[in-house]
Write a protein that binds this ligand. Structure first.
Ligand SMILES: N[C@@H](CCC(=O)N[C@@H](CS)C(=O)NCC(=O)O)C(=O)O
Length: 219
């Protein structure tokens, strides 16, 4: 029997992206929690499947795939229902632009490893870490707001869900976690509200997972 196992963590935005792809495509998967606060991502066992020590990792029929973007593109090719990209090459490129701004620019700056480094090597306290994260996140959100003002309809690119939404919605939740005022970005707020109405986004939400601590659970 086919098997799909996702190693992930409720609050990780990269994990949330992949859960979104799985739920949006209607795929069943086994949820294996990796507790980032306990450092489980850095264990020798886990690093055998994800050498950088990050979540998520997908194991599909024994095939190991680290890196959220690689996983999502793989899922999109192997399970073509509810495609994550349109046919048009230019729109595809602009969707990838949005994903890359989040994946390569915004996410690494506020990642646990980065913030921990700022704390241990440079003595940053929580306020300084928040300020650091806000600085980079706001730069990215400004670019996303300008880009999506041009392309959005109900969702990031027109009126169909695309890969861009699967990157954007988790990044907005992370932004709020670092106390960024997302109301400065009305296009992004509109897309966020529209996406969060969808069942797949509710199922994938960090506050509705098996490893979500009680204090975060949606009542
Ligand atoms: N580029 C990787 C990043 C993976 C990553 O670092 N994820 C974060 C959680 S959002 C993580 O596991 N952090 C653990 C740490 O920094 O120790 C991806 O997209 O999968």
């Amino acid at each position: 029997m086919a098997s799909m196992v996702l190693y992930n963590y409720f609050r990780s935005s990269t994990s949330y992206r992949v859960r979104l792809a799985l739920h949006y495509k209607g795929l069943q998967f086994e949820y294996k929690p990796i507790n980032l606060l306990k450092g489980e991502q850095l264990s020798a066992d886990y690093k055998r499947i994800n050498p950088l020590g990050g979540v998520p990792t997908l194991v599909h029929d024994g095939k190991i795939i680290p890196e959220s973007f690689a996983i999502m593109e793989y899922l999109d090719e192997v399970f073509p229902q509810n495609p994550l990209f349109p046919q048009d090459a230019y729109t595809k490129a602009r969707i990838r632009q949005v994903c890359e701004v989040i994946n390569s620019f915004m996410h690494p700056m506020a990642n646990l490893k980065t913030l921990k480094y700022m704390e241990t090597k440079h003595g940053y306290d929580q306020n300084q870490k928040d300020e650091w994260a806000q600085h980079w996140i706001n730069q990215g959100l400004e670019v996303l707001e300008t880009t999506l003002k041009e392309f959005s309809g109900t969702y990031s690119f027109g009126n169909e869900i695309t890969m861009a939404d699967l990157f954007l919605i988790p990044q907005l939740l992370t932004s709020q976690r670092y106390k960024v005022d997302i109301s400065k970005y009305p296009t992004l707020v509109k897309i966020n509200e529209n996406c969060l109405k969808l069942e797949s986004f509710q199922k994938a939400h960090p506050f509705a997972q098996i490893d979500t601590p009680e204090e975060f659970k949606k009542k």
